[in-house]
Design a protein around this ligand. Structure first.
Ligand code: 13P
Length: 256
C-alpha cells in the first residue's frame, strides 16, 4: 500500500455559530499540540460572519480558517454575495464549494461550482470541491457515474492539480448517522483519485487530497481515516464542539 499523505481534517460549521462560539476555535488551538500537528492539518470553516474574527484568533496557531461558499466574480453588483478575494482579505485560506446543500437548496450546477473553484484559486484560496450521490442514485447503482459527472463538471482541469481538494460526501450520510461501508468508501475514493489523475493528466499522487464527509464522529473516525485513498475528513455536526473535532483529528493515522 502506498504511504498516505498527511491527513486534512476540516470542520464545516454550516449556518451555526455566534461570536461566543469562537471559544471552540481557541479550544481546538490549545489541543493542536506538536503530536497532532505532525499527523494532520486542521481547517475550520465558520459562517461568513465569523471568518475575519476566527482568522485573527487563529493567527499563530497553524489552524487554517476557511469559508463555506464564495461568488465567482471578484466584485460587482451582486447584493448579498461574498467574493473569494474578500474572504482572502479576511484571512481565509480555504473555501468549500459545491456542498450538496448549496447544490440542492441554491440550485448550484457543476458549472457554477467549477467557476467558484476557479475564483478561489484566483484569490489564492484552496477550494474544497464537494461531490456525492443521493440515496436514490446509490440504490440505482449510479454512484460512480454521478461522481464522475460531478468531477468532470466541477473540477477545473486547467488548474494546478495539487492546489485542489475534493470531498466525497454521500448526501444520504450527511447528518443522518449513516455511513457507507469502509469497502464502499475505499471504492469511491479510489475511483475519485483515478478520475482526478485523468482530469489533471497527472500520475498517481500528483493531485490534492480527497476527504470523506458524512456522519464522521470520534467513534468512527479511526476506521474511516485508515481507509486507503482517504486523505482526511470534512465534518459537519461533530466539528461544532472542539473536543469532538479534536477527537476526530487524534484518530488520524500518523503519516510520513
Ligand atoms: P455531518 O458531519 O453533520 O454529517 O455533515 C457532513 C457535512 O456535510 C460536512 O460538509
Amino acid at each position: 500500500m502506498p504511504a498516505k499523505s498527511r491527513s486534512l481534517i476540516v470542520g464545516n460549521w454550516k449556518m451555526n455559530g455566534l461570536r461566543h462560539s469562537l471559544t471552540e476555535i481557541a479550544h481546538v488551538a490549545r489541543g493542536y499540540d506538536a503530536k497532532l500537528r505532525h499527523s494532520c492539518d486542521l481547517i475550520i470553516c465558520p459562517p461568513a460572519t465569523l471568518v475575519c474574527l476566527a482568522a485573527q484568533q487563529a493567527l499563530g496557531s497553524r489552524i487554517g480558517i476557511g469559508a463555506q461558499d464564495c461568488h465567482m466574480e471578484a466584485n460587482g453588483a451582486f447584493t448579498g454575495e461574498i467574493s473569494a478575494e474578500m474572504l482572502a482579505d479576511c484571512g481565509a485560506t480555504t473555501v468549500i464549494v459545491g456542498h450538496s446543500e448549496r447544490r440542492s437548496y441554491f440550485a448550484e450546477t457543476d458549472g457554477d461550482v467549477k467557476s467558484k473553484a476557479l475564483a478561489a484559486l484566483r484569490a489564492g484560496l484552496m477550494p474544497i470541491i464537494c461531490v456525492g450521490e443521493t440515496n436514490s442514485d446509490r440504490e440505482a447503482g449510479r454512484t460512480l457515474g454521478v461522481i464522475k459527472r460531478q468531477l468532470v463538471g466541477s473540477v477545473p482541469g486547467s488548474a494546478d492539480a495539487g492546489a485542489i481538494v475534493v470531498a466525497y460526501e454521500p448526501i444520504w450520510a450527511i447528518g443522518t448517522g449513516l455511513t457507507p461501508t469502509l469497502a464502499d468508501i475505499a471504492e469511491v475514493h479510489r475511483f475519485i483519485h483515478r478520475e482526478l489523475a485523468v482530469i489533471f493528466g497527472t500520475h498517481a499522487a500528483g493531485h490534492g487530497r480527497v476527504l470523506y464527509g458524512g456522519s464522521v464522529k470520534p467513534s468512527n473516525a479511526e476506521s474511516i481515516l485508515a481507509v486507503e485513498h482517504v486523505d482526511g475528513a470534512l465534518i459537519g455536526g461533530a466539528s461544532l464542539k472542539a473536543e469532538d473535532f479534536l477527537g476526530i483529528a487524534r484518530a488520524a493515522p500518523a503519516r510520513v
